[in-house]
Design a protein around this ligand. Structure first.
Ligand SMILES: Cc1cc2nc3c(=O)[nH]c(=O)nc-3n(C[C@H](O)[C@H](O)[C@H](O)COP(=O)(O)OP(=O)(O)OC[C@H]3O[C@@H](n4cnc5c(N)ncnc54)[C@H](O)[C@@H]3O)c2cc1C
Ligand code: SF4
Length: 524
């Protein structure tokens, strides 16, 4: 066993929800921990003021953009994900719903445990750690959803969702309100709507303000701007004696390389990071990874449709990023999403909503819609976009899966493995959009790729290293341990083994808490 400053008990690859929980809980158990993160550290002032500052908002290293959001286009889906110390928590919309019963009883993990009961205490811990509390104020976009709930006679299904935001007195700084003074100062939310470009006010409870902050106090080290590109078992077999982890700079022109060693390894790079790295390693140093790797990729069957109001007196940019939620039936729900005033970048990627089975029928539909009300479309494209636009995020727990494989250049590619391929044309979602648009006197638009190519977008990519009872049915067991390798875990969105039907970060946090609770303390 190596005993030098480059050696750790556990190395964690990625600092999102799974990685941050692992960092704190392993540190508490007495282990020496290193977290390696390819994105940057961000202080409140580092975040972009609006999403026009692409360099600070987007992660596109080839263009020297080192921001917090990455966009990845595949044949069947466009994925947005987070990058930076704190992973997706930097860019996410803070919403933390608990999934309904079908999540725990479907998918490859269903028979492995009584998940609904077993995870209940871990969901409570996760809510507490992330500082979740119900959104405190409804603004124009949310009030229109409330009106929709009344029009549909489902007013009792309207919710102020739990969000990871500190709601103290607006703009007032207070000593840590969450961790008996051990956490950082927080500032009361001012409802500016900027959560998805990064909170510049220290009000959003990102992971660097809770799990990672506390882990660092216990000695965990965080190495930012470095990407793990290779892992080899030291014994060349099952990792009994540990692993060699090779990293290279992710932000410098000259990609300085070095390596670390560790007894144990936690893959927490998010689906796009973990599955891509593991597929590469399976071809070389980790050949005994399960053949299920890359299978069971799910989304929340989402649609993201924007509705822009023609009324000048409405302001959809005010509020937290997701301030309201409506359960529209037992499988589906709708959330209202916003960007802050001035964040109008998305206007250029949106076309009038077009419904149809194929591209020609969608184009025809779009053309007819624009011809019917050309001035309205002119108005929405020339007015302040974020102030007048609410994004309708519709999700369903109905199942279908994709598969990730490597292409000839080592990048990921998708294929359909079960059920229908993801589609932006979900009739319930279109119907709800029409009704919402009537309430706000608005016009609907969607991402150009949805309108033109029928490819939907998701912020909730899940699966690819799912649970099973053995290597033929899953990549990991019910405690997140990788089959056929020792002291190796996958703890991030790739472990999610069924469709939660709701935003997944709380579930990732809770399942990570469960996985970490199974690891014993370091023996002295
Ligand atoms: C715009 C947006 C809004 C969202 N809103 C919500 C919401 O309201 N509620 C919700 O529940 N979810 C939301 N999500 C989804 C949520 O962000 C993700 O589900 C969640 O972050 C996934 O957590 P994770 O643990 O899988 O890893 P991630 O949070 O994705 O973190 C993985 C980290 O690993 C790093 N990494 C990857 N590969 C490597 C490597 N090889 N070496 C070093 N580092 C690596 C990445 O840079 C990243 O920082 C949103 C996402 C986006 C993009
Ligand atoms: S609404 Fe504004 S102040 Fe509140 S958490 Fe979001 S970005 Fe921060």
């Amino acid at each position: 066993m190596t005993n030098n400053s480059n050696h750790y008990d556990y190395i964690i690859i990625g600092s999102g929800f799974g990685g941050s929980v692992s960092a704190l809980r392993l540190s508490e158990k007495g282990y020496k921990v290193l977290v390696i993160e390819k994105g940057k550290w961000f202080e409140a002032n580092d975040f972009a003021k609006t999403n026009w500052n692409l360099k600070k908002w987007l992660w596109m290293p080839k263009l020297r953009f080192f921001g917090i959001m990455k966009m990845s286009v595949f044949k069947h889906i466009v994925v947005v994900s987070g990058t930076g110390v704190g992973g997706g928590s930097l860019v996410y919309a803070n919403t933390l719903p608990i999934p309904k019963t079908p999540f725990y009883k479907t998918g490859s993990w269903a028979a492995l445990a009584d998940w609904e009961n077993d995870l209940r205490p871990y969901y409570q811990t996760a809510l507490k750690m992330l500082g979740a509390s119900p959104n405190q104020r409804l603004y124009d976009g949310d009030l229109a959803l409330k009106q929709l709930s009344k029009n549909l006679n489902i007013g009792n299904q309207f919710e102020h969702p739990n969000v990871a935001v500190y709601f103290g007195k607006e703009n007032e700084k207070v000593r840590d309100p969450y961790f008996n003074g051990k956490g950082p100062d927080r500032v009361g939310c001012n409802f500016c709507g900027g959560c998805m470009t990064g909170c510049r006010h220290n009000s959003k409870n990102t992971l660097d303000k809770n799990y990672l902050y506390l882990a660092q106090q216990l000695g965990a080290e965080i190495l930012a701007e470095n990407e793990v590109y290779n892992v080899e078992p030291l014994d060349k077999l099952a990792g009994k004696t540990g692993y060699k982890i090779r990293v290279r700079s992710s932000t410098k022109f000259f990609k300085k390389k070095r390596y670390f060693t560790a007894n144990g390894l936690v893959f927490s790079g998010g689906v796009l990071g973990t599955v891509k790295l593991l597929l590469k390693l399976k071809l070389k140093s980790l050949p005994n990874l399960s053949d299920k790797l890359g299978d069971d990729i799910r989304t929340n069957n989402e649609t993201l449709i924007s509705v822009s109001t023609l009324d000048n007196n409405k302001d959809f940019s005010k509020g937290v990023a997701i301030g309201s939620l409506l359960h529209t039936d037992e499988h589906s729900h709708l959330e209202i999403v916003r960007y802050s005033a001035g964040s109008g970048f998305w206007r250029f990627s949106h076309l009038p909503l077009a419904i149809g089975k194929n591209t020609p029928s969608r184009l025809l539909n779009m053309f007819v819609n624009v011809l019917k009300s050309p001035l309205s479309y002119l108005k929405i494209y020339t007015k302040s976009w974020s102030k007048h636009t609410a994004v309708l995020l519709f999700m369903q727990s109905i199942d279908s899966t994709l598969k990730f494989k490597r292409n000839a250049f080592g990048s990921l590619k998708t294929s359909v493995s079960f059920g229908v391929k993801p589609t932006p044309n979900i009739p319930e979602s279109i119907e709800l959009t029409k009704k919402y648009a009537e309430i706000v006197n608005g016009k609907a638009t969607s991402f150009a790729l949805e309108s033109l190519a029928g490819i939907p977008s998701t912020a909730h990519i899940l699966g690819g290293a799912v649970m099973g009872d053995e290597a033929s049915t899953g990549v990991i067991n019910k405690n997140n341990e990788v089959f056929n390798y020792e002291n190796m875990l996958v703890v991030d969105g790739s472990m999610i083994s069924a469709n939660p039907g709701v935003n997944p970060s709380l579930s990732i946090t809770a399942i990570a808490e469960h996985a970490m609770a199974q690891i014993s303390d370091k023996s002295l």
